[in-house]
Write a protein that binds this ligand. Structure first.
Ligand code: GLR
Ligand code: MG
Length: 440
């Protein structure tokens, strides 16, 4: 039941049903510091239905333990007014308790439960609120600062193939980006070819390489090859996901000073990041060392990064990300956005947030070009000159494709995965390979 309370002029719609649907989406064999992407990436689609039958949706990274915790919080949420997001947050927080950095884990992605749960519920509630008041989510975040949100080309070293071993895999007839998406890319030439195909298809004007796969010189060579191919007007970033030592990061960071827009998570931990930041002129960005509000005071004291890469799935929702934007502005930090393999519900939420942020100096990360599935009725989002137009319709502006949801849920049941584990996947290619928190 709702906490007794606080009188409101008019009670909003109340949550009547919560549907939690795990899905598996085709994901290519992308390499990263933690190993290799499995043939399917897991996502969970959440739908809230109100007592007056308004539906609101959201999408979060898939993980059975998080889904179970979300299901267990149903009794706390049923009956609550979707407008009372502060109350909902407090109820969830007192149920789960605050989560620590240790619970986040050492992987590039966040393993905490509450941040995901709050994100799932908040975004779906905002979708409903938007429909009730007839305004897009961006207007609930303070209003649009731009009509189009720019994204960056997100390159990966990868093995050949498109993923999806259950039958949706590689298409030998593919051309253009569809072909490049399934091509092997294990050296600088492969990375440049991938970048050209992706930028040609989507019009991206900034480029990020996911590093932490090969020894640093090889990845630095790839960055110089990209610089050579695209010239000085295309901002470049590389992200070794904290696998480098401070010494390595200073050495290679200095080498790349003339060509990088920013260097993302070269080392692990705020103190190490601060040391590198003092020695290298290029701005440092992070989605690994400052990952929660509890990390902010130390970030400011130490000076661990220039740019925080928020992610509404990991920071507890869109409004929390707006709060983070205010903190960043106060303390002179830039703010941009991190991503993971995702579909259009997450992309819509990212676009609304990106449109509402007061400053947007950097093109945002997205994995979207790597995916081929979709669960929204309008089909896949289009990019023009690397940017996505902000949906104008009330709420998120996307509707659930129920048939696609059912198919992708079937795929989840058939693929047997219950959480992301890139190390196990890598061991299938390289027996004995183990994840190391710091490698070079
Ligand atoms: O910027 C990042 O750290 C990421 O995008 C993390 C992701 O998990 C990425 O490494 C991936 O998809 O393999
Ligand atoms: Mg990163």
């Amino acid at each position: 039941m709702p906490s007794p309370a606080l009188s409101t002029a008019k009670a909003g719609p109340r949550i009547k049903e919560i549907h939690i649907t795990p899905i598996a989406i085709v994901d290519p064999p992308l390499l990263n510091a933690a190993g290799l992407h499995a043939p399917y990436a897991l996502r969970t689609v959440v739908e809230l239905v109100t007592d007056d039958n308004i539906s609101g949706i959201s999408e979060i990274p898939g993980n059975r333990a998080i889904d179970e915790a979300l299901a267990a919080s149903r009794p706390l949420l049923i009956g609550r007014d979707v407008f009372q997001l502060n109350d909902i947050r407090q109820v969830l927080e007192s149920n789960f308790g605050r989560e620590t950095a240790a619970e986040r884990g050492l992987t590039p992605w966040d393993q905490r439960k509450l941040v995901h749960i709050f994100s799932a519920i908040e975004v779906a509630c905002l979708d409903i609120i938007g429909k009730v008041v007839g305004r897009p989510v961006v207007d609930l975040l303070g209003g649009r600062m731009r009509d189009r949100v720019p994204f960056a080309a997100y390159l990966f070293y990868k093995y050949e193939g498109a993923g999806g071993e259950l039958g949706f895999g590689t298409d030998p007839e593919a051309a253009g980006w569809a072909a490049a998406r399934q091509a092997e890319a294990l050296d600088p030439a492969g990375i440049v070819a991938q970048a050209k195909a992706m930028c040609h298809e989507f019009g991206f004007q900034s480029i990020k390489l996911k590093g932490g796969v090969f020894e640093p010189q090889q990845e630095v060579d790839a960055m110089f090859a990209l610089y050579e191919a695209f010239g000085p007007d295309v901002p470049l970033r590389v992200d070794p996901n904290a696998l480098w030592t401070v010494e390595t990061a200073i050495r290679y960071g200095r080498m790349m000073e003339p060509i990088l827009e920013y260097l993302e998570d070269p080392v692990r931990g705020q103190a190490n990041m601060a040391e590198v930041r003092r020695a290298v002129k290029t701005p440092l960005a992070t989605n690994m060392c400052t990952t929660s509000f509890a990390d902010i005071p130390n970030s400011i004291v130490l000076g661990s990064e220039d740019i925080i890469l928020s992610d509404h799935h990991f920071w507890g929702g869109l409004r929390a990300s707006m709060t983070l934007a205010g903190i960043c502005e106060t303390f002179g930090r830039g703010l941009s956005m991190h991503s993971n393999s995702h579909l259009g519900i997450s992309l819509a939420a990212m676009v609304h947030l990106g449109a509402a942020l007061p400053q947007l100096p950097y093109a945002l990360d997205t994995h979207y070009p790597w995916q081929s599935d979709e669960i929204i009725t309008a089909g896949r989002f289009t990019f023009e000159d690397g940017a996505v137009a902000v949906p104008q319709e009330p709420g998120l502006g996307v509707e659930l494709d129920r048939q696609a949801l059912a198919n992708l849920h079937e795929c989840y049941l058939a693929c047997g995965l219950t959480k992301r584990d890139d190390e196990i996947e890598m061991q299938k290619k390289q027996p004995g390979w183990t994840f190391q928190a710091v490698r070079w």
